[in-house]
Design a binder for this molecule. Structure first.
Ligand SMILES: Cc1cc2nc3c(=O)[nH]c(=O)nc-3n(C[C@H](O)[C@H](O)[C@H](O)COP(=O)(O)OP(=O)(O)OC[C@H]3O[C@@H](n4cnc5c(N)ncnc54)[C@H](O)[C@@H]3O)c2cc1C
Length: 415
């Protein structure tokens, strides 16, 4: 694989950019792999990369029914933060956030990580108390995050309306090194490096069945034929329940549509990410100048990848209360993804009832930020057969044992 560099750019400029290689190989499936990963989203690709990099395991296939990064990884609003309440969550999200800091250098691919700061508004007394508690918990966990008052908020976001008609802004939780990254680039960067290390990424290859014998998994059936494997990992977000059903077990996951929208591009008006959880809407500005706006999930399970209209209307209404300055802005595009939600709003990384089958899912509305940490932890589990320190609390058993990692009470929304 040729390195991307200023020198390579200059060299290609002199020969009409004819020397660039394909970013990743178009692999043809082999008969057998040590590990098969289903789903070429950020989590699946990061897992494959860290399997090769950290554990020297590259006889790995990543099978993708559509195109690489075409699931939620290419549909999210790219918010990155790690100021979660529970210790287990803070650990894995902070591992991810810290890996994001140097991911462009590690992958030799510009993922456009922008630590512009994330502000989560408190618009009720309850929310203010919750953020106070989170700020204390974060300090104990060594995570940089602080409570800010309305005057500090006005300085950070001059366009904000502190005295909204329904809920005034009472304070906020501010993580200065939170921010955004280019979502496609995260998938493309991991794919390029994993492919160069020998991982086969096979697109247009839908898994349609799971083969098993009395000892556990033996392989998968796909739209490109049967593939044998020693270990199998489902990393398919909103399709997790469907894959589990193929393997003969059930997951405590609900699949719901979550949507986002972007406005026409305008000059810079906001240089951080703001989340207004009570009125429910969040906002940042892309490098192109578009306002990137996200809302809540549909109130019913579905696989539509679109989302219902009233939700987007509610989100825009909420944001106009918080930022009246955007009231006449036109929206350019709207889209949706299918998110995989657990009862405690925390992910599942662990073994399943079928020996040899592992799962990584349940990231719900907030898994983009976790991609590097999740890939790191899942690769460790696949390499050793057991979850390591980062993953062990997120096992499937916790639902049977009542060991919840409850982020729903803590945050109500988890983007
Ligand atoms: C609108 C929206 C906004 C969001 N905003 C944020 C945010 O701001 N910050 C944040 O941290 N998170 C956010 N998220 C959540 C985040 O996008 C997801 O948690 C994360 O991208 C999940 O990544 P993944 O790799 O697990 O899944 P995906 O990227 O969905 O990848 C799974 C892949 O599996 C493939 N697949 C499914 N079934 C099969 C099969 N049978 N065979 C082969 N392949 C299969 C799919 O085609 C897909 O490509 C948002 C999500 C949405 C939808």
């Amino acid at each position: 694989m040729k390195r991307y560099s200023a020198f390579a750019l200059a060299r290609e400029a002199f020969r009409n950019h004819s020397g660039w290689e394909r970013a990743w190989r178009a692999a043809v499936p082999k008969d057998e792999y040590d590990v098969v990963i289903v789903g070429a989203g950020g989590h699946g690709l990061a897992t494959a990369y860290y399997l090769a990099k950290n554990h020297g395991i590259s006889n790995v296939a990543v099978l993708e029914k559509g195109w690489l990064g075409g699931g939620n990884t290419g549909r999210n609003t790219t918010i990155i933060r790690s100021n979660y309440l529970q210790d287990e969550s803070a650990a894995i999200y902070e591992k991810a956030r810290s890996l994001y800091e140097t991911l462009s250098q590690d992958l030799n691919y510009n993922i456009m990580f922008s630590p512009r700061g994330v502000l989560m508004l408190a618009q009720t007394e309850h929310e203010l108390r919750a953020w106070k508690r989170t700020a204390h918990a974060n300090r104990l966990a060594g995570i940089e995050s602080e409570l800010v008052d309305p005057q500090q908020i006005k300085k950070i976001v001059p366009i904000i309306n502190l005295d909204g008609p329904r809920y005034p802004v009472l304070g906020g939780l501010w993580q200065p090194r939170g921010g955004t990254a280019r979502h496609d680039a995260v998938a493309w960067g991991y794919a390029r490096k994993a492919s160069a290390m020998g991982v086969d990424i096979i697109q247009q290859c839908e898994v349609t069945g799971v083969d098993r014998d009395a000892n556990g998994v033996t392989g998968v059936q796909t739209s490109k034929g049967a593939i044998r494997c020693k270990k199998l990992c489902f990393i398919v977000a909103g399709s997790s329940g469907l894959l589990a059903e193929m393997a003969g077990f059930r997951l405590p996951i609900e699949s719901l549509a979550l949507q986002a929208t972007v406005s026409e591009p305008i000059k810079p008006i906001i240089d951080c990410v703001v989340m207004a959880n009570t009125v429910h809407g969040y906002l940042s500005q892309s490098d192109k100048g578009e306002l990137v706006i996200g809302g809540g999930t549909d109130g019913f399970n579905n696989y539509t990848q679109r989302g219902s209209f009233q939700h987007i209307e509610e989100t825009i209404r909420a944001l106009i209360e918080t930022f009246p300055v955007i009231s006449r802005l036109k929206q350019l595009r709207q889209w949706g993804g299918i998110v995989d939600i657990t009862g405690d709003r925390s992910p599942i990384i662990g073994k399943t009832p079928v020996p040899g089958i592992f799962v990584n899912c349940g990231w719900g509305t907030g898994g983009f930020k976790a991609i590097p940490g999740s890939g790191w932890a899942t690769a460790e589990m696949l390499a050793t057969g057991e979850p390591g320190v980062l993953a062990q609390s997120f096992s499937l058993d916790r639902f049977a044992e009542g060991r919840m990692i409850d982020e729903s009470v803590a945050a109500a929304v988890a983007h």
